[in-house]
Write a protein that binds this ligand. Structure first.
Ligand SMILES: [Zn+2]
Length: 303
């Protein structure tokens, strides 16, 4: 039963199956493991004593090794299932990361994000995993591999980069709103101007009816849990956008592409509102019409 293996380790020869043509494995185990295996009752209720005969001692070993192999087989089957699942998750994560990258590049192309400011994320509806832009990497050199995967508590589960410093803000919104699957946070110029004014952005343009009026979340330190809590509180159960006082804007929607769309309209609306203020004053769309347009957009019609 015992042979000599590589590095002087003893080898234990065991049959994998009974019957003719049965495979035999050589398990490299140490003397200690050999005796521990025998003493352990994990694989059978067998505890040999000094009174055991050589035969029963050997039978005990065989019984335990057979059970050990059965355990191995079950583990291997589980690994196969896990590997197949990992393959599926890997495909899904690649797609999610590509969408986050594409949205980030579009944000940069539209000059709504500069340098490393702002951040973008998307959540996979099935697994709940979140793909988010990394911290400190400029948009122009960002690649799919840089997009980091975190869980809903911000813990990195995949990817070699540090996730965005505003990850707590993204995960707070995802935890609060199960139907939100995309978030875009910008420091875009006119939305930030409105956030500095610390005034709610009224519905001054037709597209803003879908996202406004946009309240201002109070100033908190960037990247802090306090900011995450304040933004989540301000967003509440229905809103898709908030301004962050002296900071920028956050848009959340059921996809990351829609969240980008929201950010574009918030920026456009802020620009219009800013120019209107300079030119003499704001005239928001009357509330009853805003309600009617929201009703129309809620039924899937584009305004
Ligand atoms: Zn920011």
């Amino acid at each position: 039963m015992l042979g000599s293996g590589l590095g002087g380790r003893p080898l234990l020869e065991v049959p994998a199956r009974q019957g003719p043509g049965a495979l035999r494995y050589w398990l490299p185990i140490s003397h200690n493991q050999f005796f521990q295996l025998n003493r352990s009752n994990r694989y059978g209720n067998v505890k040999p004593t000094s009174q055991d005969s050589l035969t029963s001692y050997s039978d005990n070993i065989m019984l335990q090794v057979t059970l050990l192999l059965k355990d191995f087989e079950e583990k291997i089957q589980k690994w196969y299932i896990e590997i197949a699942e990992l393959g599926r998750v890997d495909n899904m994560l690649t797609e999610l990361r590509e969408r986050v990258l594409k949205t980030s590049q579009e944000l940069y192309r539209l000059q709504m994000a500069r340098g490393t400011s702002g951040n973008v994320s998307a959540r996979d509806p099935e697994s709940g995993l979140i793909a988010i832009t990394p911290s400190g990497i400029p948009y122009e050199v960002l690649t799919t591999e840089d997009i980091t995967i975190v869980n809903q508590h911000g813990k990195v589960v995949y990817g070699g980069q540090i996730p965005s410093s505003e990850t707590p803000m993204h995960t707070a919104v995802y935890r609060l709103r199960p139907n939100i699957h995309g978030i875009v946070h910008t420091h875009s110029l006119y939305a930030t101007v409105f956030s500095v004014l610390n005034k709610e952005l009224p519905v001054v343009t037709v597209p803003l009816a879908m996202f406004g009026p946009v309240p201002v979340a109070g100033f908190r330190l960037p990247g802090s849990q306090e900011l995450a809590d304040e933004v989540a509180r301000c967003l509440g159960s229905r809103r898709k956008s908030v301004l962050l006082q002296n900071h920028g804007a956050l848009c959340a929607d059921d996809t990351v592409e829609k969240a980008l769309n929201c950010a574009i309209y918030i920026e456009e609306g802020s620009h219009v509102a800013y120019l209107a203020l300079l030119a003499g004053g704001l005239n928001p769309i009357p509330h009853k019409y805003v309600a009617m347009m929201q009703d129309v957009s809620g039924k899937g019609r584009v305004l």
